[in-house]
Design a protein around this ligand. Structure first.
Ligand code: SF4
Length: 63
């Protein structure tokens, strides 16, 4: 699994970092998403999918 984040679509809502703090953080400058771990472990995959679902702007995707 690989996580993709489109910072241009991110509105800085922070849902990803709240849902999966081990995978996402937010920029201190503008609040946009920072991917901490683009290739989550097997144990983190369900959390990664949840974070993609809760993102209100559709900035996150998984391949
Ligand atoms: S949940 Fe979506 S919009 Fe909010 S910070 Fe994360 S990627 Fe950006």
């Amino acid at each position: 699994m690989k996580i993709h984040a489109d910072a241009g679509r991110c509105v800085g809502a922070g849902m990803c970092a709240l849902t999966a703090p081990e995978l996402f953080d937010q920029s201190e400058e503008d609040g946009t998403v920072l991917v901490l771990r683009a290739e989550p472990s097997t144990a983190q995959e369900a959390t990664a999918r949840r974070a993609v679902q809760v993102c209100p702007s559709g900035a996150l995707s998984i391949s």
